[in-house]
Design a protein around this ligand. Structure first.
Ligand SMILES: Nc1nc2c(ncn2[C@@H]2O[C@H](COP(=O)(O)OP(=O)(O)O)[C@@H](O)[C@H]2O)c(=O)[nH]1
Ligand SMILES: [Mg+2]
Ligand SMILES: [Zn+2]
Length: 278
């Protein structure tokens, strides 16, 4: 393969469909002769060069964010960035809140708030406990016959969930003391596992988040599904929904048709795009 043609640091990634030279040698190796066109992929900017990117995974049916309200707490900002990135990559997202066994009354109230907010935006939200193997049937149903990327902060229980879903595989899970330590770096490479009931999972150990590669200020609101249908009603077609007159997003906010916390996330992400570009 001509490496020159690729702008990515890796010509092939987990999830790629490839053609290979069928003549295997004694060591059971084969040569990949072609990577087929991807229906989608997730990439990250290469830490080595601004102009190169690294393809994390390809041909995904969905991405599942494993989040927690306690030990550790996943911030709303992090969830929203994940959702925006998934929208931008054209990968449907689901949110799986894990460690339900640790949630008291306060955490359950917070969960209900988040669930309502994200369901209104059009996302599927699940609650489960990997440790007690509780409420995992709904998750199984959602994963069945699909290629799913598992993401989330270190320590939220991705490996524990995968171990449950694939009883024959024993992934290393980290102790609380290990993941709460600052500066922990596990090797970053994505791995795919076939589920016994159909479908596959991609685990991305060590990956904190996928970057918002190449999103412009203009297009950001398109990646908030609850805003998408309102955009054509803004007076200016280049409206970024801050202080512009005749803004349909601001109007919907005032009338309580949009969630203020999601709008705040929108503004925060918009700000970060501005900083990057100028
Ligand atoms: N209480 C509780 N602990 C969990 C649950 N799921 C995982 N853990 C624990 O959280 C820690 C990190 O889990 P791990 O699967 O390594 O997280 P990962 O970094 O996302 O792969 C381990 O000590 C797990 O035993 C859960 O549902 N409830
Ligand atoms: Mg893990
Ligand atoms: Zn507007």
């Amino acid at each position: 393969m001509k490496i020159d043609e690729f702008t990515s640091t890796n010509p092939g990634a987990v999830g790629d469909m490839v053609e290979r030279d069928r003549k295997m040698d004694a060591e059971q190796t084969a040569i990949i002769t072609n990577v087929l066109e991807r229906k989608n992929y997730i990439n990250r900017q290469s830490p080595k060069s601004k102009h190169q990117h690294h393809i994390v995974a390809a041909n995904l049916d969905q991405s599942a964010l494993v989040a927690t309200i306690k030990e550790p707490r996943t911030s709303q900002g992090f969830i929203d960035r994940f959702l925006v990135a998934s929208e931008a990559y054209h990968v449907p997202a689901i949110i799986v809140f894990n460690k339900a066994d640790l949630y008291g009354k306060k955490e359950m109230t917070r969960f209900e708030e988040l669930k309502e907010m994200y369901e209104q935006a059009g996302y599927k939200v699940l609650l489960c406990s990997a440790k007690e193997a509780k409420d995992l049937d709904e998750l199984k149903d959602l994963l069945k016959n699909k290629l799913t990327l598992f993401s989330g902060h270190s320590g939220v229980g991705k490996s524990t969930l995968i171990n449950y879903l694939l009883p024959d595989l024993r992934l290393r899970t980290k102790d609380v003391s290990e993941w709460s330590g600052k500066g922990l770096h596990t090797t970053t490479f994505a791995e795919m596992f076939d589920l016994p009931f159909g479908g596959s999972l991609i685990d991305t150990p060590g990956m904190r988040e996928f970057g918002l590669v190449d999103i412009s200020r203009q297009e950001l609101s398109h990646y908030f599904p609850e805003m998408r249908n309102l955009l054509q009603d803004c007076q200016f077609n280049n409206c970024v929904h801050l202080e512009e007159p005749g803004c349909a997003i601001k109007k919907a906010l005032e009338e309580g048709r949009l969630n203020i916390d999601r709008y705040i996330s929108y503004c925060t992400i918009l700000d970060s795009i501005e900083e990057k570009q100028y």
